[in-house]
Write a protein that binds this ligand. Structure first.
Ligand code: PHE
Length: 450
């Protein structure tokens, strides 16, 4: 098969479609499920401030860097690097990205499967009243079951596969055109509802008034950095793959800022939604990954019309997860399709199956494989930590060095499509110096376990 096949003829129908898809990739479980539990564990407002600083200072400029490589390379994660830097090892960045994408979707589909199951429980009314033993026990019974979660995980992956198989314009773009506007409406409704609860002010204080003593804790910086990368979908070439389907005339900078700000806005709205509810019902914000699955249902149960709110919330969570899963699957699919000579449809099924099998391990890590642990982290936590805190920042670092130092200054600026000279200088300073230094310091400190 020729090097060019697969990419080039499939394109976004419009720039707006690309923006919605990129926003769909960014806004996901990361904004609601992951953001809430990481912020809850890492001190709320302190974490939020550092996270916001990372998004603005490093995240958005690196998102533009990643988009530039894809748009200029016009190929999948690996092919784009090979085209821009022939006969070098830079394409290994793309390989790491493909592996990272497979790993993330493996555990992501497990949590998405939980969300789909919860949605089903709300639609059938089973979770409208507290199950025997409470929502905590119900959640435990559910995730320790070796079979049932796998069924919902598979169902979620099948929906993802069906959409990605249809390609960019007819599959991914079309789905996001429906998912994203619906998601925005549901989210605003839920946050507005959260603000009307008694005790909302305590939740707002947790999220917006920082505890200055926590700024000395290096772990908060690592968590905030990992969350910024995870939430913006940067560092594993998923965004690179999406931008490779852009038409030449569709420019990058405005789209980048739009995606970055909207993703952040969604995280803050989700934070308001979750923490106002958490505080008005007096539960601990440090409950970890199950936060959204145990605490929110208990809260919904004691609200008027809580069952309906539960349906709305889990529709929202599942849709957000789906729009991100599309980009996570497209990343290996584009690569497998080009290099291994499979049709796009076959490549989608192959990648989806590998992901399902790996995901089984993440799912069983809550039950029969729960003895497999590293520092108290189960398989899903390990996959999550390795990808968010190591692979994504490392990928981001490599892409910054690639565009900032390997490419000539003229090429870098040309690919970025930034037109204002002062912004060109600022962006270059960030990707050449600021981002690499900050990333290195945080990664080294965390490696040394300081
Ligand atoms: N950004 C997505 C989320 O917040 C997750 C994701 C990470 C998607 C990396 C693609 C690539 O849920």
């Amino acid at each position: 098969m020729s090097q060019q096949s697969g990419i080039g003829h499939d394109q976004w129908k419009s720039r707006f479609g690309f923006m919605l898809a990129a926003m769909g990739s960014a806004v996901g479980l990361g904004n609601i499920w992951r953001f809430s539990y990481v912020a809850g564990e890492s001190g709320g407002a302190t974490f939020l401030l550092i996270y916001l600083a990372f998004v603005l200072l490093i995240g958005i400029p690196l998102l533009l860097t990643e988009f530039s490589i894809g748009k200029a390379g016009k190929m999948d994660a690996v092919g784009s690097f090979k085209k821009l830097a022939p006969n070098t090892k830079w394409h290994l960045t793309g390989i790491m990205g493909v592996i990272g994408g497979i790993l993330i979707l493996s555990f992501y589909s497990v949590v998405s499967g939980w969300s789909l199951f919860y949605l089903y429980q709300y639609i059938t009314g089973s979770f409208w009243t507290e199950p025997d033993g409470g929502f905590g026990a119900a959640f435990d019974a559910w995730i320790t079951n070796p079979i049932a979660p796998l069924f919902w995980q598979a169902l979620f992956l099948i929906v993802t596969i069906v959409i990605v198989r249809r390609g960019i314009g007819a599959g991914i773009e079309k789905a996001n055109n429906v998912l994203m506007p619906a998601l925005a409406l549901l989210m605003i409704f839920m946050a507005g509802y959260g603000l009307t609860l008694d005790g909302a002010s305590e939740g707002l204080a947790f999220l917006f008034s920082p505890d200055w003593s926590k700024f000395g804790d290096p772990n908060v910086y690592l968590m905030a950095l990992g969350q910024a990368f995870f939430s913006l979908s940067i560092g594993i070439c998923g965004m690179l793959t999406y931008s490779s389907y852009l038409k030449d005339k569709d420019k990058l900078p405005a789209a980048t800022v739009g995606v970055g700000l909207l993703d952040t806005l969604f995280a803050v709205i989700a934070g308001i939604m979750v923490f106002t509810a958490v505080f008005s019902f007096g539960v601990e914000p440090q409950s970890g990954p199950p936060l959204v699955f145990i605490i929110l249902p208990s809260i919904f149960e004691s609200m008027p019309a809580g069952g309906v709110i539960g349906i709305i919330f889990f529709v929202l969570l599942t849709m957000a997860a789906l729009s991100s899963a599309l980009s996570l699957l497209e990343l290996p699919v584009a690569y497998i399709h080009r290099t291994l000579g499979f049709t796009r449809k076959a490549a989608t099924v192959i990648a989806g199956s590998i992901i399902f099998v790996l995901g089984i391990a993440a799912s069983l890590g809550f039950g029969i494989w729960s003895h497999i642990q590293v520092n108290g982290n189960n398989i899903l936590d390990i996959m999550d930590n390795i990808t968010a805190n190591v692979i994504l920042p490392l990928g981001g670092l490599l892409m910054a060095i690639f565009v900032g130092w390997y490419l000539t200054r003229e090429k870098a600026v040309q690919f970025s499509e930034i037109e204002t000279p002062i912004l060109q200088v600022i962006w270059l300073a960030i990707i050449r110096f600021i981002a690499p230094i900050v990333l290195l310091i945080i990664m080294i400190t965390s490696l040394l376990g300081m």
